[in-house]
Design a protein around this ligand. Structure first.
Ligand code: DGJ
Length: 735
């Protein structure tokens, strides 16, 4: 593809251009339906004028009166990237200490350029500079036309003679003005990730952040919705979706200032992360991924799903296989026969990929029989698996399955040969004793030797068998008492940024040499779920909580941003190992089939009836899989609204097929019933509806019948049932 450099004003060629406009560039970062607008004020400031629905004509911004609006009352419109200095008193996007000790920075517009990266992707780069101190800041915006996504990052270059101290460099700043602002964000803990909160923001600062490093998303995710003038609705209203593509400490601040304006700043957390740049050195931030819809959060989700599938996920066109993961079925208590039996059963029931989880490595006193030993010693445990991994992988392939294996390469048990051989590779704060979590420590990824070791671990594990086609990459603790023996004492605060950059460099190298292998992103479940890591992976382990009732809410929140095809969702045993809750097998399947279906149990524990149900459900999943994995998600009933119902639909891109899921989350009483309107169908077409995964009575009165799309989308459908754990899956096909 040839890169085209074009003069930005040429983009608006059909628009009448005034003399004033020629001197005052209008920077219009546009997708098919949205745009950001920036202009240059007379004082040289780059002004952020607008982000929202696309205008037919943005000409008013080229006259001074509009250009320097909205004003903050003091004569200054919001800068596109507020640096601390001058009149900036909000939480800044940039805070520097210059080599002479000055704490202030004034950024002025220098130039900008527009480049066509792909047919539908346009890059706008805007360079700013402080006329007094020689620092350059380049803002990079990539606009993805049909997905209506704009990513933003910043690169700071020190051209001063001396050392520049970067106290904070964000990825993005967005000013908005509305009557009220509602933030949807997420909190959680192990096995309870992505708990949704929506709150009206008040004057002051709300921040969502992580200081945990490796498991940065366990307690809060760097993805959010910001709805204007009311809580986010599914199909109406102005909603912004934002997600930071960074797997380290992050901070999102929402500051409602004295003008009523909402100032959003997002990026790497500045906590203990002061970064020093010598002359000529640069620092680039991760991308902030933005989208906007004036038609509610449903469209925000669909935009982000499309963007991830088109631009930020490995193997986006490949149907994800049905997986049996050995963890909850065998934990670390297995031998060769346990595994070959599981593979045999998996093959009979219709599973397509077997994944051998934790417990296959370490030998002698460091055998991985519990989580107390073995991490770091990535050699096959010869006692458990005398014929090695290749024997198991070949057994899987012989039975028509693919084979995958678990690793946790960033970690080390104190009880391991690796910890004895390389204590200097382990994260450590000076002379302080290292704290353990799950009996393990973290390798120091700021160190290139450690990066090489992890790349080699990955290569060596794959070399155990040419039939390994899937890796589950886990990371089971967060950072405490950070510090590095590799970094100089005056650069310890580089740890947080350099760790994540080190991880990305490892991912880059692995993806370069193993482009075909499927990789699952896992960190005690969803403790590292962000768009920065996801782009190297095929899918993520959503949560160690496999309890269907909890999964409805966890998956609903997760799928606000991240697509179903990447959402590993496994049927486990009842009572559930994490929560003790009992649920019917149908309910467990109906929930898991709404993502990337898998099993997380010992198949031989299924009785005959359950076995038949499971086999049939897996066959059903294969029929609806393209709709779930590649279709558009429409949410119908919100599991967070207290009604005790959850329901959603996927619709194929051509609109001809849909699959509908409904779950009762409590007892509803005898007289109430579930009714909802369907979405995304063609009102002029006829659709046959077939209930799948039936267990006993059909729950849909029209099973097997044909309905007009118009009827389904206006009158809707009702279902029998309203007991705890009632659920329905309908396959809807245009005839
Ligand atoms: C945490 C993961 O989330 C689980 O699925 C499992 O792989 C264990 N680690 C193994 O230690």
């Amino acid at each position: 593809m040839t890169l085209k450099r074009i003069i930005p004003l040429a983009l608006a060629a059909s628009v009448f251009i005034t003399a004033e406009a020629k001197e005052n560039p209008l920077i219009r970062i546009s997708t098919d339906g949205t745009e950001m607008i920036m202009t240059v004020a007379d004082n040289g400031n780059l002004v952020h004028n607008y982000y929202g629905k696309k205008f037919k004509n943005a000409l008013p911004y080229q006259t001074k009166k509009y250009r320097e609006q909205p004003d903050n009352g003091a004569g200054f419109a919001p800068q596109a990237f507020p640096a601390y200095g001058g009149y900036v008193t909000i939480s800044p996007a940039l805070k520097l200490v210059h080599s002479d000790g000055s704490h202030t920075t004034h950024l002025k517009y220098v130039s900008h350029s527009v480049t066509q990266l792909q047919d539908d992707v346009t890059r706008t780069e805007i360079t700013l500079n402080d006329p007094l101190y020689d620092v350059d800041l380049t803002l990079t915006f990539d606009a993805y036309g049909k997905e209506n996504v704009i990513t933003q990052s910043a690169t700071l270059t020190n051209k001063e003679e001396g050392r520049l101290t970067v106290e904070n460099l964000a990825s993005t700043y967005l000013p908005l003005h509305a009557d009220s602002y509602y933030l949807t964000h997420f909190h959680g803990v192990w096995a309870t990730e992505m708990q949704l909160v929506e709150e009206q923001l008040q004057p002051g600062i709300k921040s969502v952040e992580s200081k945990r490093g490796v498991q940065a998303t366990q307690t809060a995710n760097p993805a959010f919705l910001l709805s204007l003038n009311g809580p986010a609705r599914e199909d109406h209203g102005d909603v912004y979706g934002g997600a930071l593509a960074w797997s380290g400490n992050y901070k999102l601040t929402f500051e409602q200032d004295e003008c009523g304006r909402m100032n959003v700043v997002g990026g790497i957390n500045d906590f203990a992360s002061t970064y020093y740049l010598d002359n000529g050195q640069s620092l680039t931030t991760p991308d902030m991924v933005w989208t906007f819809s004036d038609k509610g959060r449903g469209q925000v989700s669909r935009n982000l799903h499309d963007w991830i599938r088109n631009h930020s996920l490995a193997h986006p066109d490949m149907e994800r296989p049905v997986v049996l993961n050995s963890w909850e079925g065998a934990y670390m208590n297995f031998d060769e026969k346990t595994i070959t039996d599981m593979i045999d059963d998996a093959a009979k029931i219709g599973v397509e990929m077997f994944v051998l989880d934790d417990g296959w490595f370490g030998n002698g006193e460091y055998a991985r029989n519990t989580d107390h030993a073995g991490l770091g010693d990535w050699q096959v445990n010869t006692e458990k698996l005398p014929r090695g991994i290749d024997y198991l992988a070949k057994h899987a392939v012989k039975n028509g399955l693919k084979f995958g294996i678990w690793i946790e390469p960033e970690m080390v048990n104190p009880k391991s040969r690796l910890a004895e051989a390389h204590p200097e590779w382990i994260v450590k704060s000076g002379d302080r004793d290292r704290l353990q979590i799950r009996q393990q420590w973290i390798l120091d990824l700021t160190n290139p030797e450690v990066q090489d070791f992890i790349v080699k671990t990955f290569d060596d594990v794959l070399a155990l068998s040419s039939d390994i086609s899937y890796i589950k990459w886990d990371a089971n603790r967060f950072v405490t008492d950070f510090g590095s023996e590799h970094l100089p004492s005056d650069r310890q605060s580089h740890f947080w940024i350099d760790y994540t950059k080190g991880l990305y460099s490892v991912y880059d190298r692995i993806r370069e040499s193993h482009p075909d292998v499927m990789i699952q992103l896992c960190s005690s479940g969803g403790a590292r779920l962000d768009m920065g890591a996801l782009k190297y992976h095929d899918e993520f382990w959503t949560s160690d909580n496999t309890n269907s009732l909890d999964r409805i809410r966890i998956q609903n929140s997760t799928n606000l941003f991240y697509p179903a095809m990447a959402t590993a969702s496994h049927v486990s045993t009842s009572p559930n190992h994490q929560t003790g809750m009992m649920a019917p097998l149908k309910y467990r399947f109906d929930v898991a089939m709404s993502g990337r279906l898998g099993l997380e149990l010992q198949p031989k524990h299924l009785n005959e009836k359950e076995w038949e149900f499971a086999k049939n459900a897996i066959a059903n999943y294969k029929k609806i899989r393209p709709i779930v994995q590649f279709g558009d998600l429409y949410r119908l009933k919100n599991p967070e609204d207290g009604s005790g119902w959850a329901s959603h639909q996927y619709v194929s891109k051509d609109g001809k097929q849909s699959v509908f899921f409904a779950y009762s989350m409590k007892y509803h009483g005898r007289t109430t019933f579930f009714q909802t309107r369907l979405k995304g169908l063609d009102p002029d077409k006829q659709y046959r509806i077939t209930e799948i995964n039936k267990a006993g009575w059909p729950s849909f009165y029209g099973d097997g019948q044909v309905f007009p799309g118009d009827y389904l989308m206006n009158e809707g459908i009702s279902l029998n049932g309203g007991n705890n754990f009632d659920s329905t899956v309908l396959h809807i096909e245009e005839i």
